[in-house]
Design a protein around this ligand. Structure first.
Ligand code: PBG
Ligand code: ZN
Length: 326
């Protein structure tokens, strides 16, 4: 059947009709809010390239998380920014490390009302800023696995609800899973940054986390943006190694990957709406070139429609506020 019998506009006539047939519902519970936590007591330093985002102390992070919970945002992703870095990144697994203390304090304050996801990587803790062990200009794969495992165990011990390895070393999901199980944490899920691309959209994050590599780039471990089939191989590998949640990152330039991964596996799928994607929207909005509210809700809905049921985004608090008022 066709026009004039079929008229798709009939169901677009009023807001209630449109709501009735809407295929995608964005809610605050889908959103994960990333936090940058430093070692300076009582600090709240604006990240210049990310308006509205702060690198802050644990006490201030607790206040912000309280506000997030009130808006219905129930999960956070933690990035520790230690004051001391070394060649190996040893602050990553210290029991008194900034990330471990932040996890303990957030769980003490909020308990089961909050999901604390710990980003597990070496780049915020190493003096060279690479995500693994650096030797003669190369990032070594297998020696990095041991350091990641130590870090994951220390985060689980501190009380993290989910461990999220973001380093892109081969074999790390199996290795970390095994180490966590041996240490008695067989009930802690792994959210794997499975298809993480070597993107130019991470630069504002690297300001916030102070994790810009001192030499070279991350192209020998993160994925080439030209590849899609390879992302599916990465995902299958992580599923086999025991990942509980799969992630695609970035989100907006990789909606095709999100959609294909959604077809490939039945595991929960997360997408990371990264710092550069956030900053571009904020810059255009600050210039009055776009309507920030409408654009943010459209972009986040697009990520969900593509197939990601978990969305990690710096817009989380604003989006939740706008969703309440809709
Ligand atoms: C560190 C890490 C990065 C991001 C999340 N974890 C940066 C990188 O790989 O250089 C990027 C997040 C963002 O840009 O918002 N492994
Ligand atoms: Zn890293």
């Amino acid at each position: 059947m066709n026009f004039p019998v079929v008229r798709k506009r009939r169901l677009r006539k009023t807001p209630l009709l449109r709501d009735m047939v809407a295929e995608t519902q964005l809610t605050a519970a889908d959103l994960v809010y990333p936090l940058f936590i430093n070692d300076e007591p009582h600090s709240r330093i604006p990240v210049a390239s990310m308006p509205g985002i702060y690198q802050q102390s644990i006490d201030n992070a607790v206040i912000e998380v309280g506000q997030a919970l009130e808006l219905g945002v129930r999960s956070v992703l933690l990035f520790g920014v230690p004051s001391e870095k070394d060649q190996e990144g040893s602050n990553a697994w210290f029991e008194q490390g900034v990330t471990q203390r932040a996890i303990r304090e957030l769980k003490r304050q909020f308990g089961q009302d909050l999901v604390v996801i710990a980003d597990t990587c070496m780049c915020e803790y190493t003096s060279h800023g690479h995500c693994g062990v650096l030797m003669d200009g190369r990032v070594l794969n297998d020696p990095t696995l041991e350091l990641l495992s130590r870090t994951a165990i220390s985060q689980a011990l501190a009380g993290a609800d989910i461990i999220a390895p973001s380093d892109m070393m081969d074999g790390r999901i199996a290795y970390i899973r095994d180490s966590l199980d041996d240490a008695g944490y067989d009930d802690i899920p792994l959210m794997s940054y499975s298809a993480k691309y070597a993107s130019s959209l991470y630069s504002p994050f690297r300001d916030a986390a102070e994790s810009t590599p001192a030499c070279g780039d991350r192209k020998s471990y993160q994925m080439d943006p030209r590849n899609a089939r390879e992302a599916l191989e990465e995902v299958l590998q992580d599923v086999q190694e025991g990942a509980d949640i799969i992630m695609v990152k970035p989100a907006l330039s990789y909606l095709d990957i999100i959609s294909q991964v959604r077809q490939l596996t039945r595991l929960p799928l997360a997408a990371y709406n990264v710092s550069g994607e956030y900053s571009m929207v904020k810059a255009a909005a600050a210039n009055g070139w776009i309507n920030e509210r409408d654009v943010v809700l459209e972009l986040l809905t697009g990520i969900k429609r593509a197939g990601a049921e978990i969305i990690i985004t710096y817009h989380a608090m604003d989006a939740a506020r706008w969703l309440l008022k809709q």
